[in-house]
Design a binder for this molecule. Structure first.
Ligand code: XUL
Length: 467
C-alpha cells in the first residue's frame, strides 16, 4: 500500500510516497519556494523585511507550491495508487480567511489553479511565520494576565512566534480585518483543508504551538481566548484529538493530478511532531535533533513537564501523549551564510574543517545571531565570536560556529533529560562534523536515518493509520 506525506516547511514543500509493504520511500519530489516560485519574491520562503523581527510569508505561495509539487509527483509516480494522504506544515504560522472560505474551499474548480481561485479569500494578505518575533508586547500582556497558568496549561509561556500573540497583534493593529476573519488556520490545517475541500481541524501536535490549546482538556482554553481577542473561539478550527483516526476525504479537484477523489486525508500536524513519527521516536527513549532552517531538539515525553527556564515547549505527540521541544532559529540558514562568507565548499564545511582542528577548538566559539534568536533571546547582531575572527583560519571559524550551536542546544535542552541515543535528521545531518560534535557534546550515540525527509515520512506514516 502506498501513502503520501506532504511536508510544507519554511523553504520548500516535499511530497513523499511511502510503500508500507517494503517500508521504503519510493518517490520524493519537492518544490523550493525561492528558486521555483520566484514570482513571490521570497528567496528563503518569506518576504525580506528590513525589520529583523518581522517575518511574513505569502499563503498564495504555499498554494502555488502545492499545485506544483502534486503535478511533479504525477510525472514521477502513478498517483492513482495512493491510498491515503497525511502531512505537516512549518509550525506556528497562521492564515486568516474571510467568510467565503467555507463555501469556496468546498467547491474548488479543477479548471483553475488553487492560488488564482482562492486569492481574494484572505482577510490578512500575509501570514506571520515562526521566524517572526514582533509580538513582545502581546507576550507581556499574556504574562501579566495569566502568569504561570499559561505555561501550566498550554505547555509554554507566552512566546513571540506562537500563534496567539500573533493573532492578538493583528486584532490590535487591524481590528476591521480581524473582525472580517471567519477562520484562522495554521499552515498545516490550512493545507489539509484545501486537500480535503473542507475546513480541517488542528491537531494537538501543531495546536500546542499556539499558546491557546489547553493540554489538560485538549481543547481551546476559553479564558485565554476571551482575553486575547474578541470572538476568537469561533474563529478557531476544531481540535483533532490524539488517537482519533477519522480522516477527511480528498477533494475532487485533485483528480487532475491523477488521485482518486475521496481517499482519506488525515489532519495535518506540525513539521516537528511529524518528524517525531518519521524518525521512529514517538515512543520515549531516544531524542531527535532536526537540522533544518531551524535547529530543533525533541523527544517523546514520559511525563508531562515544562521547561523551568521557559525556552522549551510541550506539544502533542501525534502517536498519543506529549513531546518536548526546543527550537533555535539560527540553524541551516545561518550555517549557509557562514559557509558562503568564507567561500568554502560543503566538503570543507562538513568534514575537512573538523579534521584540521581539535575538538573543543581551544575554547573558540562563535554564535551566529543572523536572525533575532529565540533560544536564547538575542537580537540579530551577527556573529558573536569570543576570539579574533579575522585572524583565525577558516577551519577554526567553521568549528567555532558549529560547536557554539551544539553547545547552546545542549544547555537549553537539559531540562528534557539525558539520552544515550540521538537521531539526527534534516539537510545538515549529512555533515559528519556536525554529527561528531553532537556525539561529543551530548555524550550520546548519534544515528542517521535512511530517509532524510523525516517530516514527510511521518505524514505518510500517519496517513497509513487511516487505512
Ligand atoms: C518549532 C519551530 C520551527 C518551525 C519550522 O517550534 O518554530 O521548528 O516548526 O520548522
Amino acid at each position: 500500500m502506498y501513502t503520501l506525506g506532504i511536508d510544507s516547511s519554511t523553504q520548500s514543500i516535499k511530497a513523499l510516497v511511502y510503500d508500507s509493504q517494503t517500508r521504503k520511500a519510493v518517490t520524493t519530489v519537492s518544490v523550493n519556494f525561492g528558486k521555483e516560485l520566484p514570482e513571490f519574491g521570497s528567496p528563503d520562503g518569506f518576504f525580506p523585511n528590513a525589520d529583523p523581527l518581522v517575518r511574513h510569508a505569502n499563503p498564495l505561495m504555499w498554494l502555488a507550491a502545492l499545485d506544483k509539487v502534486l503535478s511533479k509527483l504525477q510525472a514521477a509516480f502513478d498517483t492513482s495508487k495512493i491510498a491515503a494522504i497525511g502531512g505537516d506544515g512549518q509550525q506556528h504560522g497562521s492564515v486568516y480567511l474571510g467568510g467565503e472560505w467555507f463555501e469556496r474551499v468546498a467547491s474548488l474548480d479543477p479548471a483553475s489553479d488553487l492560488a488564482t481561485q482562492l486569492a481574494n479569500l484572505f482577510s490578512r494578505k500575509t501570514s506571520p511565520i515562526w521566524m517572526d518575533s514582533s509580538t513582545t508586547r502581546q507576550c507581556k500582556e499574556l504574562e501579566a494576565k495569566f502568569g504561570k497558568y499559561l505555561q501550566e496549561v498550554t505547555g509554554s509561556p507566552a512566546i513571540e512566534r506562537f500563534t496567539l500573540p500573533q493573532i492578538m497583534k493583528f486584532a490590535h493593529e487591524e481590528p476591521a480585518a480581524y473582525e472580517a476573519t471567519a477562520r484562522i488556520h495554521l499552515v498545516s490545517s490550512f493545507l489539509a483543508s484545501v486537500l480535503a475541500g473542507a475546513d480541517a481541524p488542528v491537531d494537538t501536535g501543531d495546536g500546542a504551538g499556539m499558546n491557546v490549546l489547553n493540554l489538560k482538556t485538549l481543547d481551546w482554553d476559553g479564558d485565554i481566548c476571551s482575553f486575547a481577542a474578541p470572538g476568537l473561539l469561533a474563529k478557531l478550527p476544531g481540535v483533532f484529538k490524539p488517537g482519533d483516526t477519522t480522516p477527511l476525504k480528498l477533494a475532487p479537484y485533485f483528480a487532475k493530478y491523477g488521485f482518486v477523489p475521496g481517499i482519506p486525508v488525515m489532519p495535518f500536524t506540525g513539521d516537528n511532531p511529524a518528524s517525531l513519527v518519521g524518525t521512529g521516536a514517538d515512543k520515549p527513549g531516544v531524542a531527535v535533533i532536526s537540522l533544518g532552517t531551524s535547529d530543533v531538539f525533541f523527544a517523546a515525553m514520559e511525563n508531562f513537564k515544562t521547561d523551568p527556564n521557559g525556552y522549551g515547549h510541550v506539544f502533542g505527540n501525534p502517536s498519543g501523549g506529549f513531546m518536548s521541544l526546543a527550537c533555535v532559529k539560527n540553524g541551516s540558514l545561518a550555517r549557509e551564510k557562514v559557509r558562503a562568507q568564507l567561500g568554502v565548499d560543503y566538503k570543507f564545511f562538513d568534514e575537512t574543517a573538523f579534521e584540521l582542528t581539535p575538538a573543543g577548538n581551544d575554547g573558540k566559539r562563535a554564535f551566529p545571531y543572523f536572525e533575532s534568536e529565540i533560544t536564547p533571546l538575542h537580537p540579530a547582531t551577527g556573529l558573536d565570536a569570543n576570539f579574533d575572527w579575522d585572524a583565525a583560519s577558516d577551519a577554526v571559524r567553521v568549528r567555532a560556529v558549529i560547536e557554539a550551536q551544539v553547545a547552546n542546544m545542549f544547555e537549553r535542552t537539559r531540562w528534557i533529560g539525558s539520552f544515550d541515543t540521538i537521531r539526527v535528521t534534516g539537510g545538515a545531518s549529512r555533515s559528519k562534523g556536525i554529527r561528531d560534535t553532537i556525539a561529543a557534546i551530548f555524550g550520546a550515540k548519534v544515528e542517521t536515518l535512511e530517509i532524510p525527509d523525516s517530516a514527510a515520512l511521518g505524514g505518510a506514516l500517519i496517513a497509513a493509520r487511516a487505512v
